[in-house]
Design a protein around this ligand. Structure first.
Ligand code: SF4
Length: 311
């Protein structure tokens, strides 16, 4: 039974990615308008040892022994991973394992903390989210804990970027009508240009937005014009261009189980088609698993047809 490791999951941006989830479900310093997980349960910016890092590494070693080498070991999951005080230890241990490079997906909220920057230096790739350079817009989109100041976070990411030898790939979540004005984009552009080793930018939008989220989905046209207005010298891709999902590792040679479906839905609502693709399973098998889980009251279908965990 796995507790911290999920996947490997074929990811549009990362290839075959083995996930490491360090926080209890939805423990986050933000409660973003666009979050596809449930509402934030533990809203905190206080770092803690949510689980024993030794246990995480033990489980990781055991999973790596069962699967083909993934492209990345990705620290992400159902909350903000930099909240875990054992992040540095875990990244150091992943390096020692020499099985795959490490990647951290972060909401950037703790980049003002020297200890967090120090720990993240041990990663090989950082995917920080950044949606605005304005505190008001930041609060509107992310609903951060009250102590978080965007100015300090931006300064922290700049400092980090100066010394980091890995790749920094910023994800900008485009929220139509909120962070897509000429002024907002110009502010982001100036800031992104100030990051010494920015490798690329990814313009994302929530394709499956909760009905009552207060934010709509950006279409391809909007993402294209956002990209043109950013006018950056590094590659800028959009969510619509990342349509290729690599096939699941050939070493994943067992049929999909209901636990695989539950683990995926815990992190992301999915359509039946996506579950088939990610789990490399026939549609009738996925349908049968979903029906079984729905009968048990564990999953439900949303109004747009996606499947999600029952609250
Ligand atoms: S930072 Fe990520 S996990 Fe946290 S609320 Fe925002 S989208 Fe959800």
């Amino acid at each position: 039974m796995r507790t911290y490791i999920f996947g490997p999951v074929p990811s549009r941006r990362l290839g075959i990615s083995l996930g490491v989830d360090l926080t209890p479900t939805k423990t986050c310093s933000f409660d973003c308008l666009y979050c596809q997980l449930s509402k934030t349960k533990f809203h905190t910016s206080t770092r803690a040892q949510f689980c024993d890092p030794e246990d995480v590494i033990k489980e990781l070693k055991s999973v790596l022994g069962e699967i083909a080498r993934p492209d990345w070991i990705t620290i992400s999951g159902t909350g903000e991973p930099t909240l875990h005080t054992g992040l540095g230890f875990i990244l150091a241990e992943i390096k020692k394992l020499d099985s795959a490079p490490s990647c951290v997906i972060t909401n950037s909220s703790l980049m003002h903390m020297p200890e967090v920057r120090h720990e993240l230096m041990l990663s090989d790739r950082l995917l920080p989210t950044l949606t605005t350079v304005n505190q008001f817009t930041f609060e509107r989109i992310h609903k951060p804990t009250t102590d978080l100041r965007l100015k300090e976070i931006l300064a922290g990411l700049q400092l980090f970027s100066r010394d980091y030898t890995g790749a920094i790939e910023v994800e900008v979540f485009v929220c139509p009508g909120i962070n897509d004005s000429a002024e907002e984009i110009a502010g982001l552009r100036d800031y992104l240009c100030s990051l010494p080793n920015l490798a690329s930018v990814y313009l994302n939008t929530a394709v499956r937005m909760p009905v009552d989220s207060g934010v709509s989905t950006a279409d391809q046209g909007l993402l294209n014009s956002f990209r043109s207005a950013l006018n950056l010298s590094v590659p800028v891709t959009t969510a619509f261009e990342h349509s290729f999902v690599p096939p699941r590792s050939s070493n994943w040679n067992r049929p999909a189980l209901s636990s695989d479906v539950l683990k995926l839905l815990l992190r992301h609502p999915c359509s039946e088609k996506q579950l088939e693709q990610v789990l490399s399973s026939a549609s009738d098998k996925i349908t049968a698993l979903l029906m079984e889980l729905a009968d048990q009251g564990k999953v439900r279908q949303t109004s747009n047809g996606d499947w999600t965990l029952t609250d």
